[in-house]
Design a protein around this ligand. Structure first.
Ligand SMILES: Cc1cc2nc3c(=O)[nH]c(=O)nc-3n(C[C@H](O)[C@H](O)[C@H](O)COP(=O)(O)OP(=O)(O)OC[C@H]3O[C@@H](n4cnc5c(N)ncnc54)[C@H](O)[C@@H]3O)c2cc1C
Length: 377
């Protein structure tokens, strides 16, 4: 029997496994995909996550590959409205690290393999869970066979369509939003260098972030749900709203996404704990989903270690659940504010709103507060 079975080998499941393996816990990670996830999603790694990732020793590798964003700039109508420095948000990591999620996952997977070459089982899809006194058994399908794994504890990090959440019948608070976005990665033709730039335009927000390899990610708020097009279409919208020329031929990724939130009411059910997107799907605008999941894992690891040593962890588990569901609710509210700021506005209210942002950002206390909120401090 294993100590811990992790279901889902995305960034959160892999980090959870590494945290436990480095303490000698026996862990298996069951991942339905046979290879790496090709879709590009998260790019922003915040300072508290870098601290957590440092606890398994991978932060230097990630920092070496990524671009540290030390400053955000807000622009509107061709004017620079505000600047926000991240210098004061952390002593060790005073920046948001930009790195494509696929690279982050590759670094985590490599680290898990170094800790235990057989911990990660790919091509294994969990379909059933059965709890008995003192253990849980997961039934899974792998290459046409049915396999079973039994563990003292199960951590489900199986993403937004969590099978485990459905099997447990966990209640969720669900919200759908009217916002949709088109994002794409292109060669960097701006002079922003490692800065992030937010264009608060009347037609809707345009966000621009540096990426390794002299690339930039552009995210454009679509004026209407259902609109959007190819890379050329995206480049035209960027040009219209920001005046910046982006080379459509240099496009390396294009993705359209809508927004919803799904927050579980309970993360713990007997010997099974839901973490990451399985517990809380929030809007990508604000870039906190993956980070939230890592911080779930960092908070859960000491509780699991104590439990495996035989301690009664009932109070600790309840505290874990209360603090992490509250953190998810906070992040969801923050992303709602970010989305509201990015919606299209008529010219009058847009001018008033941008003047108010410029005035507020000029106050050091407000600027520092927003920088800390933006970086999950
Ligand atoms: C467009 C976009 C941009 C984003 N940008 C950011 C950002 O900048 N910063 C940020 O913090 N977050 C961002 N996010 C969110 C981030 O991508 C997710 O929060 C993160 O991937 C969650 O990690 P996870 O490990 O919990 O889930 P996932 O990454 O979804 O991993 C879950 C894994 O479980 C596996 N699985 C599922 N069911 C089973 C099963 N039954 N059996 C076995 N395996 C199973 C899946 O194959 C998958 O590999 C963004 C999301 C999107 C869509």
């Amino acid at each position: 029997m294993l100590d811990v079975l992790v279901i889902g080998g995305g960034p959160v499941g892999l980090f959870m496994a590494a945290l436990l393996l480095q303490h000698g816990v026996s862990v298996r990670v069951l991942e339905q995909r046979t290879g790496a996830e090709p879709r590009s999603r998260a790019i922003g790694i915040h300072p508290p996550s870098l601290e957590a990732l440092q606890s398994i020793g991978v932060a230097p590798d990630l920092v070496a590959e990524g671009i540290p964003i030390r400053r955000g700039i807000a622009l509107g109508g061709g004017t620079r409205l505000a600047e926000m420095s991240f210098a004061g948000v952390s002593d060790r990591f005073p920046f948001v690290l930009a790195l494509p999620q696929s690279r982050t996952e590759a670094v985590l997977e490599e680290h898990v393999r170094q800790l235990d070459p057989v911990a990660l089982h790919r091509g294994v899809r969990v379909t059933r869970l059965q709890s008995d006194a003192g253990h849980v058994t997961a039934e899974a399908h792998s290459a046409g066979r049915t396999v079973r794994h039994t563990a003292a504890l199960v951590v489900a990090a199986d993403g937004v369509r969590s099978t485990v959440r459905s099997l447990l019948g966990t209640a969720v608070r669900a919200k759908d939003y009217p916002d949709s976005y088109l994002m794409g990665d292109f060669a960097d033709s701006t002079g922003f260098g490692p800065d992030a730039a937010l264009f608060l335009e009347a037609g809707g927000i345009v966000e621009s972030f540096p990426l390794p390899g002299k690339q930039r990610r552009w995210v454009v708020r679509l004026a209407e749900t259902g609109s959007g097009g190819d890379a050329r279409w995206l480049v035209q919208r960027i040009g219209e709203r920001t005046g910046i020329d982006v080379d459509a031929a240099s496009n390396s990724m294009l993705s359209r996404f809508g927004v919803r939130s799904r927050l579980v009411r309970r993360m713990v059910a007997g010997r099974t704990v839901l973490i990451g997107d399985a517990a809380h799907e929030i809007s990508p605008i604000g870039g906190q989903g993956m980070n939230l999941g890592w911080l779930d894992a960092a908070a859960l690891a000491p509780v699991i270690l104590a439990s495996l040593r035989g301690a009664d962890v009932g109070v600790e588990l309840r505290n874990f659940e209360l603090t992490r569901t509250a953190a998810a609710a906070r992040a969801a509210r923050q992303s709602e504010i970010n989305m509201a700021l990015g919606r299209p506005l008529p010219a009058g209210p847009w001018t008033v709103r941008n003047r108010a942002i410029a005035a507020a950002a000029a106050m050091p206390a407000v600027n520092g507060f927003v920088a800390r909120r933006f970086t999950m401090q």
